[in-house]
Ligand binder design. Structure first.
Ligand SMILES: *Cc1c(COP(=O)(O)O)cnc(C)c1O
Length: 519
């Protein structure tokens, strides 16, 4: 009792002041009104539910609006009458957001490596947004920190690193995971580089990495960010499948050595972004060991294939890699971003960064701070992205990923067979993953004359709005690229796409013929 009285005496004058201050927070309190929160969340939920139902049955690509027109719509929302209810505004905004996006849930979406997401993952993302628990430090995000360790162990059952030795950090995207891995590799082989930069490099031992031409651009960017340049990239030749040609690796590496380079890291693509080719990880691991260099697997897209019994073989030897990039927002269908960087050996995960910061880091690790990720990755504030993945894992298990990955790969094989039957189409590779690249060539003569024909087709398809596909440059010439990411897409949709390509292509040819004749 006494304590309560004492407390009252202290608190009273203070609370009078705060009450006065609080009285100024009129708009702020309105913004935090929990009834409003409920109303708005319900409105959004209903809209998204309807959107999910509708879009899976509507073949649609993307409705590309002119940005100036879209800006006008934004301004009109901002200027809408003060009387418009908050919900009317919200409704307009959500409709506009849905309408102007790539329709990732529609069977017409075959464009890129992002996808529609597991609904439960979206729900977890919503919780994370509301709770605000940035996940770089255990004390701020206790559950996400423990879940990260749990999910690392679950996924490692597929990688098969020695259980007590490996580590995993989450990063905001695969590009950042690649950067972190290569930084660790450089610091491992060039420990002085951190302090002295390029001056620490001895003659005849210039740092370089080896990777095929098909590497994702984030690898090239990373090398430049490491204080090196494009000259420090040793290009590994590829075979007709766009995989590293293993028979040429050793010669290429010894030439690099003769030219004064110390290749500290080989990067294996699993799979390549353009065509989805898997480099021979197992054999590259052997070579990396012989040469005493790091092997990094860029599995942003294809590490998820480990979850499928049918596909797993493509990643044979992955447990020998020093590090692996694995994006869950690609073939695990989690909201972007959710990336993981695995290290075979725990201690190597601490090599990337060395800064001290007394306001967050503890000098001595204890049983709590050993769950901190911050010392091992570039972000300070970071989303607890692993929760979204854990959500799906908890409610649907690993098999849901396997089912979808197998479906998409089978669909790609069937589409490939379909395409081979077509006379006017040229298939550019035998697909290993869920990408398929091809060209439409209805004329016999050389097509370099209308070099941008494929590009024109792609742009016209986008404008038609039924299908969303991408393009890629292969062997110096543009090709059409389909990435099957959506379980709502069926073979018939692909056949309809081919029909639309034919019609669109012929129209483009006729138009260019006419304009050539009038010249
Ligand atoms: C997508 C991709 C990346 C980049 O990952 P982000 O998560 O988009 O940053 C890197 N490498 C490969 C092979 C990819 O497919």
């Amino acid at each position: 009792m006494e304590a309560t009285i004492e407390q009252k005496e202290i608190v009273e004058p203070y609370s009078t002041i705060t009450n006065e201050l609080q009285a100024t927070l009129v708009d702020y309190k309105k913004a935090f009104d929990t009834n409003l929160f409920e109303e708005q969340s319900e409105l959004i939920l209903t809209k998204i539910e309807n959107y999910l139902k509708d879009s899976k049955n509507t073949v649609k690509g993307v409705d590309v609006q002119n940005p100036h027109d879209l800006m006008k719509e934004v301004l009109s929302i901002m200027n809408s009458s003060k009387d418009a209810s908050l919900n009317e505004k919200l409704s307009t905004i959500v409709d506009l957001y849905l309408k102007t996006g790539v329709q990732a849930n529609s069977p017409g979406y075959m464009g890129r490596q992002f996808s529609s997401v597991f609904p439960i993952a979206g729900v977890f993302d919503f919780i994370s947004s509301m709770l605000s628990q940035p996940s770089s430090f255990y004390e701020a995000a206790q559950l996400p920190s423990v879940v990260r360790v749990f999910m690392a162990k679950e996924l490692n059952k597929f990688i098969k690193y020695p259980e007590d030795e490996f580590d995993m950090v989450t990063t905001s995207g695969g590009s950042l995971a690649n950067l972190t891995a290569l930084l660790s590799a450089r610091n491992y082989y060039f420990p002085e580089f951190w302090k002295k930069g390029i001056l620490s490099v001895k003659q005849g031992e210039v740092p370089a990495i080896a990777v095929s031409e098909e590497a994702h651009y984030s690898i090239i960017r990373t090398v430049e960010m490491l204080g090196l340049s494009r000259h420090n990239i040793i290009k590994l030749p590829t075979n007709y499948k766009k995989q590293v040609d293993i028979s040429q690796v050793e010669t290429t590496l010894s030439e690099a050595k003769e030219n004064g380079f110390k290749v500290f890291c080989i990067v294996a693509n699993a799979a390549t972004t353009a065509v989805g080719a898997f480099d021979p990880i197992d054999k590259l691991a052997e070579i990396a060991e012989e040469q005493d260099c790091w092997l990094h697997v860029d599995g942003a897209h294809g590490a998820s294939f480990l979850l499928s019994e049918k596909q797993r073989e493509k990643l044979k030897g992955i447990h020998k890699a020093d590090s692996i990039t694995w994006d869950a927002h690609k073939m695990m269908f989690i909201p972007g971003t959710c990336s993981m960087l695995f290290y075979k050996e725990k201690h190597k995960s601490k090599l990337a960064f060395r800064q001290k910061a007394s306001y967050v880091f503890e000098a001595e690790e204890d049983e709590y701070t050993k769950y901190d990720g911050a010392k091992k990755n570039i972000e300070c504030t970071k989303r607890p992205m692993i929760m979204n993945l854990w959500g799906v894992w908890t409610f649907h298990g690993a098999s849901v990923f396997e089912e979808k990955i197998d479906y998409l790969c089978d669909l790609t094989q069937r589409a490939y067979q379909e395409l081979k039957k077509e006379e006017d189409f040229e298939v550019l590779h035998h697909p290993e993953a869920n990408m398929l690249c091809f060209r439409y060539k209805p004329l016999q003569e050389d097509h370099t004359r209308i070099a941008d024909f494929q590009l024109k087709i792609r742009n016209q398809l986008k404008a038609n709005g039924n299908f969303f596909i991408s393009k890629v440059s292969l062997d110096g010439e543009i090709a059409l690229r389909v990435v099957f990411m959506n379980h709502n897409t069926q073979l018939n949709h692909f056949k309809t796409l081919l029909e639309e390509i034919k019609v669109t292509g012929k129209t483009i040819l006729q138009t260019s013929l006419k304009s050539a004749m009038t010249l």
